[in-house]
Design a protein around this ligand. Structure first.
Ligand code: C2E
Ligand code: CA
Ligand code: CA
Length: 438
């Protein structure tokens, strides 16, 4: 057994700190000579499945056997460390070119098919391998490790066994990780805020409701795009936390908004994963009871694609909301692959035409016809129609002519803070009083 394999057997699991300091010392030793070091992260992707099908002990032994085989084929000056039970870091010393990382990865991948435990069970491991090179792609141990991890992620996304770190390609992943890492703190530190954008009655041109839109101003990242952080949250529990926060903000504000408008309804955007849990009604009820706001003042906006992907339990959930008095609105209509006829069976009160059709409806005949068809059919099913993305007076006129019920867009107002929305409502109420007095 080489000294490096002896080290690897004795090293504790999950010892990132130990690896970082060892790798740091190694890189410092190579800095002067200008020699390159390659780092491979080998992730066994099916170990969890093996654990659950043939047992944890078997999975554990398979991982150790695999590591031993990798060790066998490494050169004297290469070394490896376990990072987790299904993850190994392999350090390739004095690399001549990046192609050698590919050769080593190929040899490692070949080991996966010959795992025999107790001379009995032939297990097939599946791996993804990410690689990065010092000093070409990282200046220190920490970033070398991070870049190799990002390359594992890229290999997974691409469905390939091996990937070498490329800055531009993985930049969005790095940023997503930065964002994801700070969302939890952001929620705890009150960095999120619900903005409101008015929904305007197309006949009276007065506000008849509002949509709650989340904003995040992070002290370290600055203003983060809503679409971006919502998308990142959607894979995590944070989406539940931010949805509850939106519900509470809306209910609290509705209870505070003075006698200006005691009927005004506020829409909350619900992600498909939130709908799928099937507990939306009880969540709304709880919030409504705390703030003393009737359920009828809430609208749940669910995207067309969300409804399709949440089918089954999702549809029941929509029906339960309607039964409880919460309005249900189908958002971003037209962007999914469903036919409008499908919505005959969807329990909904409102349909929002996606802004991409509204933007171009005066320039494109096809968009104009589409908007007209959506409005007519939706009315046929008894749905209220909202057009979003209304940016100018010409579009307002065209939508009024087509019989659209509600308008929303920058032409009337951008999403704004709760206090500004109160001023906006007060201004509209005064204007309406003046009109009535004429
Ligand atoms: P959405 O539900 O389709 O919301 C409408 C988006 O269009 C908003 O973007 C709004 O600011 C923007 N918008 C409104 N009028 C105009 C206009 O005239 N022109 C243009 N160009 N844009 C207009 P925003 O606020 O960036 O939100 C993006 C998306 O993030 C929302 O799309 C919604 O899907 C999601 N989102 C926002 N807040 C929440 C939330 O609290 N929970 C969940 N699950 N999703 C949210
Ligand atoms: Ca919406
Ligand atoms: Ca929308």
């Amino acid at each position: 057994m080489t000294s490096s394999s002896a080290r690897s057997r004795n090293a504790p699991l999950h010892d990132y700190a130990g690896l970082l300091s060892e790798l740091g010392a190694h890189l410092n030793g190579r800095r002067e000579s200008g020699a390159s070091t390659g780092l491979l992260i080998v992730h066994i992707t099916n170990l969890k499945r093996i654990n659950t099908t043939v047992g944890y002990r078997m999975g554990h032994n398979a991982s150790l056997e695999f590591a031993a085989q990798i060790n066998e084929m490494l050169r004297e000056t290469d070394w490896m460390r376990p990072l987790a039970h299904d993850r190994y870091a392999v350090v390739l010393d004095r690399l001549k070119n990046p192609g050698h990382m590919l050769l080593a990865a190929n040899r490692i991948a070949r080991c996966t098919s010959s795992i025999n435990i107790n001379d009995e069970v032939g297990l097939q491991l599946e791996v993804r391998i990410g690689a990065a090179m010092f000093p070409e792609q990282a200046q220190n141990a920490e970033s070398l490790l991070r870049h190799a991890e990002l390359a594992v992620e890229t290999a997974t996304l691409r469905g390939s066994i091996f990937s070498i770190y490329k800055a531009a390609e993985t930049q969005h992943l790095t940023e997503d990780w930065d964002i994801e890492a700070q969302i939890g703190d952001g929620l705890e530190n009150n960095e999120f805020e619900l903005f409101y954008q008015p929904k305007i009655d197309a006949n009276t041109l007065l506000p008849c409701g509002a949509e709650g839109l989340m904003r995040w101003h992070s002290p370290t990242l600055g203003a983060v795009s809503t679409e971006r952080f919502i998308q990142i949250m959607e894979g995590t529990d944070h989406i539940d936390a931010v949805t509850s926060f939106a519900m509470h903000c809306a209910a609290r504000n509705m209870s505070e908004w003075p006698a200006i408008d005691s009927e005004l309804s506020v829409a909350i955007n619900l992600s498909p994963s939130v709908i799928e849990q099937g507990n939306c009604v009880s969540r709304f009820k709880q919030v409504a009871a705390i703030w003393g706001v009737p359920l009828e003042r809430f609208t749940a906006e669910v995207t067309e694609n969300g409804i399709i992907s949440a089918a089954g339990a999702g549809l029941d959930s929509l029906q339960e909301m309607r039964d409880a008095g919460i309005r249900v609105s189908i958002d971003d209509f037209g962007t999914g692959n469903s036919s409008l006829a499908y919505f005959k069976t969807i329990p909904a009160d409102e349909l929002k035409i996606d802004k991409s059709f509204v933007f171009g409806m005066l320039e494109s005949d096809a968009n104009h016809r589409l908007v007209r068809t959506i409005i007519d059919l939706a009315h046929g099913f008894g749905l209220t129609v909202v057009a979003e993305g209304v940016e100018n007076a010409e579009v307002v006129k065209a939508l009024q002519q087509l019989g659209c019920d509600v308008l929303q867009g920058y032409h009337f107002a951008r999403p704004m803070k709760a206090n500004d929305f109160v001023d906006y409502l007060t201004g509209s109420a005064n204007a309406s009083r003046r009109l009535r007095a004429l």
